[in-house]
Design a protein around this ligand. Structure first.
Ligand SMILES: Nc1ncnc2c1ncn2[C@@H]1O[C@H](COP(=O)(O)OP(=O)(O)OP(=O)(O)O)[C@@H](O)[C@H]1O
Length: 506
């Protein structure tokens, strides 16, 4: 592929070049960090800020990603629930519409909180901690002990340019091999082989890692190409802003003159007709000029039932690859690599324990290894299976998703495109009765609800109807039967897995 003559200014996610809207780049000074704190305080209000943020969190701006480190998994869940929209608004105010944010447990804060010194210890200075970070390029010394009493800006929050994940750190196994190989091949010959390349799979399973790795690889191999990586949400934000500011021609020139366009989390466009329309025209234009397109989504294109048919067929026209839930061997290897990266001394038994217990996705697995690192810092010991068990008790509890009948109802309705009233009605048409039976089957599998409660919920049916629905779905699974979704037949196993993944992510 030849670089375009009209190439616009680099990528929106290039660490060297920030979006023009950015008010605050990947800054490196304490005053920038203070600005983020100020914006955050404006968003959450002075009281909320003093109660939950001042001196209790660690901020990091990584390119367009605002990372907020908190002291425990509990705080993480709580703050996500309470402050998600304010944190997101702060991120946008800092870096513009492409902003993203992440809350994460910060091992250093966790260690400090767990070992918060008494007055006596404070005066004797016994709790001084020295922590070296994974990259080995940062040493942080927290001598005051309790982070609650210190000014966060005086600690060593680091503001760095965004570091994209690399394909070399993507651990492969049966569940992700195909997607990995496709990404490698497409990066070697952009526009020629798999176009578009569409990668899908459940939450936290490595889609972004693969897309970022693809981005880096292609920049290495073809430095002259104009490569753009961004999330669907950022694309939508840029588009809305261009509409508001009447600058659509500029927006279109930006996106229609790229050589490689990588859009993460394309499922975000479901039900958003005007974004879909704009993306469709962008894709048509880029395809007709032989440019490479790469997308990721939490579902197969055919299961994005609120996407226009024209977009869906375009997604299907290249190569569609699925990343499956990681198998045990892969989980073990990822846990091992993560522990090595964090320099956590850990026994094979403890790693096997983590790989056995954290099975949903890689993100949770990584969180678990981060906690092992905290355990090691707190005790100064090598992490054994029994220490791992102790340290991970809270996290295991937080990782259990409480799924309600309402959640199942909602996800089944949106996947199959049926209304709630139809699902709960007495209609027996196949396109209604099959989703209803699947909903009842999932309700038995994923909730504690009794047969009678489930029957009652799905239209006042009695318990024997639910039992026979459960039996019927088991039979479909045994016989590898298929079910119709969006005018196409799908293996029952695949539909159930997709529904479960959506429920886990919701
Ligand atoms: N195969 C892998 N090897 C190494 N690390 C991985 C692998 N898969 C995922 N990870 C890591 O797990 C974490 C979550 O992965 P990622 O963000 O790519 O998931 P995702 O599928 O994009 O999730 P979401 O659907 O929430 O966007 C990241 O830190 C990523 O680096």
């Amino acid at each position: 592929m030849q670089p375009t003559s009209l190439a616009v200014e680099g990528t929106f996610c290039d660490s060297a070049k920030q979006p023009t809207e950015a008010k605050l780049g990947p800054a490196t000074t304490g005053s920038d960090e203070q600005s983020v704190y100020r914006l955050l305080a404006q968003q959450v209000g002075e009281r909320g800020f003093q109660n939950w943020f001042a001196g209790k969190v660690r901020l990091k701006l990584d390119g367009n990603l605002l990372i907020i480190g908190v002291a425990s998994p509990f705080l993480l869940t709580w703050m996500q629930k309470k402050f998600a929209s304010q944190i997101y608004a702060t991120a946008i105010a800092c870096v513009g519409p492409s902003a993203e944010y992440r809350l994460e447990v910060d091992p250093e804060l966790a260690a400090l909180t767990d070992s918060a010194p008494t007055g006596e210890q404070k005066s004797s200075g016994q709790k001084t901690l020295t922590v070296s970070e994974e990259a080995g390029d940062r040493k942080a010394t927290a001598a005051s002990g309790n982070p609650r009493n210190s000014n966060p800006s005086q600690k060593s929050a680091t503001f760095r340019g965004r570091r994209f994940a690399d394909l070399s750190t993507f651990v492969t196994g049966k569940s992700n091999q195909l997607a990995y190989l496709a990404a490698i091949q497409a990066s070697e010959e952009p526009g020629a082989l798999y176009n578009p390349l569409f990668i899908h799979g459940g939450v936290g399973i490595g889609k972004t890692h693969l897309l970022e790795g693809f981005y880096r690889k292609i920049r290495q191999l073809y430095p002259a190409l104009n490569v753009v990586y961004l999330t669907a949400e950022a694309f939508g934000n840029y588009f809305s802003k261009a509409l508001q500011e009447r600058s659509l021609p500029g927006f279109r020139q930006r996106f229609r003159n790229v050589d490689v366009l990588i859009i993460d989390d394309i499922d975000f466009f479901e039900s958003k007709r005007n974004f879909q329309e704009e993306l469709l025209h962008t894709i048509k234009h880029l395809e007709s000029h032989g440019r490479q397109l790469v997308f990721s989504s939490d579902r197969h294109p055919r299961l994005l039932t609120k996407m226009s048919e024209e977009l869906t067929t375009r997604f299907l026209s290249g190569l569609v690859c699925r990343i499956e839930t990681p198998e045990k061997e892969l989980r073990l290897e990822i846990a091992r690599q993560r522990a090595l990266k964090l320099k956590t001394p850990v026994t094979e038994g403890a790693l096997a324990y983590v790989a056995r217990r954290f099975t949903n996705n890689v993100r949770e697995l990584e969180g678990a290894v981060n906690c092992l690192q905290t355990g090691h810092l707190m005790t100064g010991q090598k992490v054994t299976t029994s220490l791992a068990r102790q340290v991970l008790a809270d996290l295991e509890r937080d990782c259990i998703r409480i799924i309600k009948l309402d959640d199942i109802n909602q996800i089944v309705c949106s996947t199959f495109g049926v209304s709630e009233s139809d699902l709960k009605s007495s209609r027996r048409a196949r396109n209604i009765s099959q989703p209803r039976m699947l909903a009842m089957f999932l309700a038995r599998k994923l909730t504690q609800a009794a047969y009678s409660e489930i029957g009652d919920y799905f239209g006042g049916r009695n318990h024997s109807t639910v039992m026979s629905a459960e039996k019927q779905v088991r039979k479909w699974l045994e016989n590898h039967s298929s079910i119709q979704v969006a005018l196409q037949e799908w293996p029952t196993e695949e539909i159930i897995e997709s529904l479960e993944q959506q429920l886990l992510a919701s």
